[in-house]
Design a protein around this ligand. Structure first.
Ligand code: FAD
Length: 472
């Protein structure tokens, strides 16, 4: 396998760290006991957008961010860079929340996509933000028509014009791949260089006086007034705390049954702009397929393909270990699938590969709230691999909650939502592992034009039969 192993950072993050325009101040580890108005656990998008929204509304607030690694060292600097709202999952959300709330949620999510672009422009963050829309393709004959429910729902809601159905020939005219069998094109969605966004946010936060401590894992947390976050070098006492820990929150008793952890992995090619031109893919549109364990694929301005595979699980995922950052079987799968989708890239060298953990929620939707009615501890997680856009809205929700401010975002059904529970251990981890493996196997059968055997099919469909919005 000819791809350099990940050394703990994504290619995106190496690229962002090499750009002096994204540099902020050094952020050494916390080495004393201190106090703040708000302490935020986790320096990813959720934590950083919360701090930015707070500063926008109340510039005088004293905010501390505690990050175990560096800001953007986690999934916020490792992801595929698809900046989406929830439009492509419209039909599922309508089933849960009804039409009116779903439309509000999708529209507010879309506002966040535009707001992220505007934020980058206003702050001179060169994050390659490209609002060129989204393409969802069937990459096996079994996936043909998987968009029917979405298209019907859009028609019922009078928004059909937002989704253009592509025939097999039409899809190959947009981007030429031998495995494209039609799909849906939308104008929603953007792509971004995720780590450039994360590091740019960090720079802006520091310029607004937010105190960031990197290399500062929270090893103990006490909810109370004040909330106390302890790190090896010191502690923070604060009036409010925000848990913005993504998949790591699965280690907390409170969230153990609210999320399950999966992995997602990306391989990145060296630049081959002439090959992209040949297949007609010359803009910044993001592309994904209708597999249950989806592929998400985008390009870079210098002509690379970043090819992502979702729904991977290197182990029982009871702890987020190094295999979430680099897993050889997962990377092999990604390379195989990249070459299946784009055979002309088979001779293009690979520049890098990496992965990260995903906080899978049973409903496939994030949830935001406060621990107990009168508490000062707030949380936001469960993005299920779709947090780049939604974390902006999540930060807005959390900031409004902390400030007790009026905000229509607080009326969204993902606020104070009681998330669907996964079974307790020891059933949850092995159960999720087996179901996940079956989902992947079913996709692989279908990629080969075969039907999954009945046992694999049964196991792959089990999560959905049990009421989760997961799997086929
Ligand atoms: C490979 C991959 C591809 C993805 N692709 C996409 C995509 O294209 N589009 C999309 O919308 N979403 C995508 N996602 C998901 C997206 O990255 C996340 O939903 C989003 O980054 C969530 O942001 P966050 O701030 O909540 O979490 P994170 O970015 O994970 O931030 C949480 C932070 O908490 C820190 N932390 C953990 N424990 C502690 C502790 N004890 N003390 C202090 N800090 C701690 C972590 O180091 C981490 O930096 C992808 C994810 C992965 C892994």
């Amino acid at each position: 396998m000819n791809v350099p192993p990940d050394t703990g950072r994504s290619w995106w993050l190496h690229d962002a760290l090499a750009d002096p325009s994204l540099d902020g101040e050094p952020a050494p580890a916390l080495s004393t006991d201190t106090q703040a108005d708000v302490v935020i656990l986790g320096g990813g998008y959720t934590g950083m957008w919360t701090a930015l929204h707070l500063k926008e509304r109340d510039p005088g607030l004293d905010i501390v961010i505690l990050e175990q690694d560096i800001c953007g060292g986690g999934p916020s600097g490792r992801n595929g860079g698809f900046v989406n709202s929830w439009w492509s999952g419209l039909h599922h959300i309508c089933e849960d929340f009804g039409d009116e709330a779903t439309l509000r949620m999708c529209r507010m999510g879309e506002d966040s996509v535009h707001a992220i672009g505007a934020f980058c422009a206003a702050n001179d963050i060169d994050a390659w933000f490209a609002a060129d829309g989204d393409l969802g393709f069937a990459t096996s004959t079994a996936q043909i028509g998987e968009w029917a429910h979405l298209v019907e729902t859009a028609k019922r809601l009078g928004i059909s014009d937002q989704f253009a159905v592509l025939t097999p020939e039409g899809s190959r005219q947009v981007v030429d791949s031998p495995v494209f069998h039609g799909g849906v094109k939308t104008t929603h969605g953007a792509t971004v260089q995720p780590a450039r966004l994360a590091r740019g946010m960090r720079r802006v936060l520091q310029s607004k006086g937010v105190r960031i401590y990197e290399g500062s894992p929270v090893t103990r947390f006490g909810a109370g007034d004040p909330a106390i976050a302890e790190t090896p070098g010191g502690s923070v006492r604060a009036g409010h705390a925000v848990i913005a820990l993504n998949a790591w929150a699965a280690h907390w008793k409170r969230f153990r049954r609210a999320i399950t952890v999966r992995g997602s992995y990306i391989v990145l090619t060296e630049p081959a702009p002439e090959k992209l031109k040949t297949i007609g893919w010359t803009d910044g549109s993001g592309l994904w397929d209708y597999r249950a364990a989806l592929h998400y694929v985008r390009t870079t301005p210098d002509g690379r393909i970043a090819f992502g595979v979702g729904g991977m699980q290197p182990n029982l995922a009871r702890h987020i270990g190094p295999r979430f950052a680099w897993d050889e079987p997962a990377v092999r799968t990604a390379i195989h699938d990249l070459h299946r989708m784009f055979p002309t890239f088979a001779d293009v060298p690979l520049a890098a590969a990496w992965g990260g953990p995903i906080d899978v929620a049973g409903s496939h939707l994030p949830f935001f709230g406060t621990m107990g009615a009168a508490s000062n501890v707030h949380y936001g997680l469960g993005y299920t691999g779709n947090g780049v856009g939604p974390a902006h809205l999540g930060g807005r929700i959390l900031a409004a909650r902390i400030l007790g401010a009026a905000d229509e975002a607080l009326d969204l059904p993902i606020v104070d939502l009681d998330p669907m529970k996964f079974p307790p251990e020891p059933i949850k981890s092995p159960g999720a592992f087996v179901a996940n493996a079956a989902i992947r196997r079913k996709d692989e059968f279908e990629d080969r034009g075969e039907e999954a055997n009945p046992l694999v099919d049964f196991m792959a469909r089990l999560p959905r039969r049990l009421g989760y919005n997961l799997g086929p």
